[in-house]
Design a binder for this molecule. Structure first.
Ligand code: UDP
Length: 140
């Protein structure tokens, strides 16, 4: 499997509970490397654009309000099959369905406040990474 990069976001429910280090330990223990990282507050426009694929869904407005309710940590993870590996470590969207030992099973508060985002394909990873980082901000 090839070395890949994927976009990860530690969401406001997790930064509020000071879980950044515990969550990132999961990625590092699984062999993923954090090659770019910043803690930011998303603007409403950024959150709307980032989740624009969900614009027609009933939960969109609440999701945007949640994503701007506190700081997030946006980061690039690098490693063998990083996109799929990250999704495995995160667990299912709804923590009630997430496998034991996954980040969402262990830390998520709800289907909305589910602690982490991870790109769902290599194509989206490239788009999402370029949305948050300039090439010179990524040090592999
Ligand atoms: N979400 C929500 N309600 C739902 C489904 C999703 O609030 O019924 C939120 C949740 O925070 C999720 C995000 O919308 O992580 C994006 O949804 P997606 O289906 O892309 O899930 P993910 O790829 O994050 O697992």
């Amino acid at each position: 499997m090839a070395t890949e990069r994927t976009l990860s976001i530690i969401k406001p429910d997790a930064t509020r509970r000071n879980l950044t280090g515990k969550i990132n330990a999961r990625f590092e223990e699984a062999g993923l490397r954090i090659v770019a990282q910043k803690r930011v507050r998303l603007t409403k426009e950024q959150a709307q654009q980032f989740y624009s694929v969900h614009a027609e869904r009933s939960f969109f407005g609440e999701l945007v309000d949640f994503m701007i309710s506190g700081p997030v940590v946006v980061q690039v993870l690098e490693g063998e099959g990083a996109v799929a590996r990250n999704r495995e470590i995160m667990g299912a969207t709804n923590p009630a369905n997430a496998a034991p030992g996954t980040i969402r099973a262990d830390f998520a508060e709800s289907v909305e406040a589910n602690s982490v985002h991870g790109s769902d394909s290599a194509e989206n990873a490239a788009i999402e990474i370029a949305y948050f980082f300039a090439g010179c901000e990524i040090a592999g």
